[in-house]
Design a protein around this ligand. Structure first.
Ligand code: HEC
Ligand code: HEC
Ligand code: HEC
Ligand code: HEC
Ligand code: HEC
Length: 287
């Protein structure tokens, strides 16, 4: 009689102990896929997009929406009205000024337009030779010169290239900037990849993530000052801070390897136990 109880219990314990190493995954999943607070909920239709992609709109209008759909903004739920204002839920009123519609920004207003969300970057940009010249004479680059407006992708050092950066001055100055950014950028990329791997394995990385994002955002806003010396000085600061995060991540990987060994061991132990219990109960039966 006993074996009918014991065997399922032992098997259950074995399964639970193996499952424990996966705990935390659900939370990670939920955090990863939470909607951003900016936009109307995903799946809801936007009158802006519906009307701007309708048949009576010209090809340039369709092109705007097509580009936006492939942008990093679209992936992050930043839609037409988040930049242009207006009322996406109300087709007849959506482009009224009373509903906050801003229209297409004039060139000189573009930095402020983007800067309502990218505040630290706007700040560095306005104080830079780029920002000052652009505001004064329109001869410097604005945000959309380097990033585009509807097809904006994740930023990286690749934006610094000869074709773009030699339009107004020699590429030499741009290249120096790229060299100054290089070390910290590569460290940031490695840490980012490692944290994603840890997360997939169900390891909590909140603390490291916070520190990482703070450094990451500060550092990448820094480019917009276009002050090569300042970037060089800050680079060694950031490199040190990132080394601390890096070593914590390496610790996590080591702990993870240990934990896996332990849970594999427990699992085998319980399998072994259930076989013993099973055989024992068999031999009782035969008596
Ligand atoms: C019922 C159709 C319709 C809807 C809904 C609509 N638009 Fe438009 N939109 C147009 C047409 C037509 C034009 C081009 C003619 C014009 O400039 O008035 C236009 C032009 C624009 C422009 C360029 C204006 C300029 O200053 O050059 C922007 C930006 C824009 N729409 C954004 C939006 C946003 C954001 C929404 C949603 C909040 C929206 N539209 C909703 C039909 C629509
Ligand atoms: C990240 C902010 C941003 C988002 C999101 C965005 N726009 Fe724009 N849009 C701009 C900027 C900046 C301009 C100014 C023109 C330029 O410099 O390219 C512009 C210009 C326009 C124009 C004027 C025509 C043109 O190409 O210059 C239209 C029409 C327009 N946007 C429609 C839309 C629609 C429709 C959506 C949603 C599918 C949208 N925009 C989403 C930033 C944005
Ligand atoms: C001269 C070209 C140029 C101009 C002008 C420019 N950017 Fe950038 N931007 C870059 C480059 C290059 C990077 C990547 C820097 C790096 O990898 O360290 C970047 C990075 C970014 C990022 C990513 C930062 C992060 O935290 O990941 C954002 C957002 C951004 N820019 C927005 C803006 C806005 C808003 C403006 C206007 C106020 C602007 N940029 C003007 C070239 C430019
Ligand atoms: C309504 C708020 C808002 C406005 C306005 C806005 N952005 Fe963004 N932007 C975001 C959010 C949210 C993200 C995604 C989170 C992130 O990557 O930082 C983003 C991401 C970006 C990135 C990629 C950052 C990265 O991780 O590499 C760039 C570049 C960028 N925006 C540039 C611009 C430019 C240029 C404009 C103006 C044409 C603009 N943004 C206007 C909210 C905004
Ligand atoms: C639309 C014109 C334009 C474009 C495009 C442009 N710049 Fe500039 N750049 C300027 C102006 C204007 C200045 C400030 C005046 C000066 O120092 O010559 C400047 C200055 C600089 C400086 C020197 C700052 C200093 O104090 O020595 C650096 C570095 C720089 N730009 C980097 C870049 C990079 C990197 C790119 C490409 C991603 C780029 N620029 C694209 C116009 C431009």
């Amino acid at each position: 009689m006993m074996r009918y109880v014991i065997i399922p219990v032992v098997v259950l314990i074995a399964i639970v102990s193996a499952g424990l190493s996966q705990a935390g995954y659900r939370e990670t999943f939920e955090r990863e896929f939470m909607l951003s607070p900016w936009s109307i909920a995903k799946g809801e239709t936007s009158a802006c997009i519906q009307c701007h992609t309708s048949d009576n709109m010209g090809p340039e209008m369709h092109e705007v929406t097509r580009q936006w759909k492939e942008s990093w903004h679209a992936k992050n739920n930043i839609s037409c009205h988040d930049c242009h204002g207006g009322a996406p839920e109300d087709a007849s009123m959506s482009m009224m000024h009373q509903r906050g519609f801003k229209g297409s920004p004039k060139d000189v207003d573009i930095p402020e337009f983007c800067g309502t969300c990218h505040i630290a970057i706007l700040d560095n940009y306005l104080k830079s030779g780029h920002g000052e010249t652009f505001i004064a004479t329109a001869e410097g680059p604005s945000c959309v010169t380097c990033h585009g407006s509807h097809n904006i992708q994740q930023a990286s050092m690749d934006i610094i290239n000869e074709q773009l950066c030699s339009q107004c001055h020699t590429y030499e100055r741009a290249k120096e900037m790229k060299q100054a950014l290089f070390m910290v950028e590569s460290k940031l990329n490695t840490i980012d990849k490692d944290m994603k791997r840890l997360k997939l394995l169900g390891i909590a990385t909140e603390r490291q993530e916070k520190a990482f994002f703070r450094n990451h955002a500060e550092f990448r806003a820094l480019f917009h000052s276009i002050d090569v010396d300042a970037v060089r000085i800050k680079s060694s600061d950031y490199a040190q801070k990132l080394e601390i995060i890096e070593s914590e991540i390496n610790d996590s990987f080591n702990k993870l390897a240990m934990r896996r060994n332990v849970s594999a061991y427990l699992f085998l132990l319980f399998i072994g136990l259930s076989i013993v219990v099973f055989l024992l109960s068999k031999s009782y039966e035969q008596q």
